[in-house]
Design a protein. Structure first.
Length: 317
């Protein structure tokens, strides 16, 4: 498994592969992996307390990343901007957002959770509009994102639960999680260009592990916790292929893709979840799901059409 991880990391940094090809392959990989995480998280939450589950996931991811992180220069560790990036990632991208995400999935279905998290592109667009003047959205792009967002709701409408108080709390937790992650994306885009994504992700995950373990020790009950085969497998998948590798790729892509474009992966992951439901969980397929899927795809096409996804890069550097 570690050799597979290493090969994928090496593939991303091979100079022989065209940059545009690396970006496209990386984007596809993220969509496929993140499309599977919602159902796997749901399985794990039936075994582990949510904060402990998140902490163990970060622990595994930190160990894996640690195998590939080169020595971090002391000058970088003393850099105030770098430390701010690590702090924001620790709190907004990882610790708080994942606790909220796991808490939400206790009370709502994984499909509804993925729908709510699909508001992520809208939140990124709003934060970007007020934070990065060069990345303002035009009317067509706003229309495309909104159209895709409507499609996602149409897609999952049949599986929505009644709005009890616990369901409302779960929904709000997922929405807040998406908002916190949108902030971290913009921070990295604005200030993380000159730093290694491997460095700040590794440090943020280590700090998140320690913080979440402390929170779990203070607030959670371990009396019914047990390490079953399914629980261990879910942790390994989520830690390595659902966190360590994807987040390094994700923040590498931020350097080349506009945040709005990159965040559109939140629209594609529900489609992957449908495929998993049909092939693995034997879920049914309805005309409403077909209409929702078409709307999502059209929303993505409207947003991306005639848009330069990859920034110009000085290949001589």
């Amino acid at each position: 498994m570690n050799s597979c991880f290493a090969n994928l990391v090496i593939l991303l940094h091979r100079n022989k592969m065209n940059l545009r090809s690396r970006i496209i392959l990386s984007y596809i990989f993220l969509c496929i992996v993140w499309g599977t995480t919602w159902s796997i998280v749901k399985i794990g939450l039936g075994i582990f307390p949510p904060i402990l589950y998140a902490a163990l996931r970060f622990l595994i991811a930190s160990i894996v990343l640690g195998l590939f992180v080169k020595k971090i220069p002391s000058t970088i560790l003393k850099d105030r901007t770098f430390r701010k990036i690590v702090l924001i990632l620790t709190l907004f991208e990882y610790s708080l957002s994942f606790v909220l995400m796991y808490f939400g999935q206790i009370y709502i279905s994984s499909s509804l959770a993925s729908v709510l998290f699909a508001t992520f592109p809208l939140m990124v667009a709003i934060v970007t509009h007020y934070s990065i003047p060069d990345d303002r959205l035009n009317k067509r792009q706003y229309a495309g994102i909104i159209f895709g967002f409507i499609g996602v709701f149409v897609l999952f409408a049949p599986s929505s639960e009644p709005l009890s108080s616990s369901v409302i709390l779960g929904m709000l937790a997922i929405l807040l999680s998406a908002f916190l992650q949108s902030i971290s994306v913009i921070v990295v885009r604005k200030y993380g260009q000159s730093y290694s994504s491997m460095h700040y992700n590794f440090l943020a995950m280590v700090l998140s592990t320690l913080l979440l373990l402390f929170m779990s020790f203070c607030f959670e009950d371990f009396s019914s916790t047990y390490f079953s085969r399914n629980g261990i497998l879910s942790l390994l998948f989520l830690g390595i292929f659902g966190l360590a590798l994807p987040y390094v790729i994700y923040f590498w892509l931020i350097k080349y893709l506009k945040p709005q474009i990159l965040s559109l992966s939140a629209f594609i992951t529900p489609l992957i979840a449908i495929a998993i439901g049909l092939l693995w969980l034997n879920e049914t397929w309805t005309h409403q799901m077909t209409l929702g899927s078409i709307a999502v795809i059209l929303g993505i096409l409207i947003t991306l059409w005639d848009t330069t996804l990859v920034k110009r890069i000085d290949h001589s550097s």
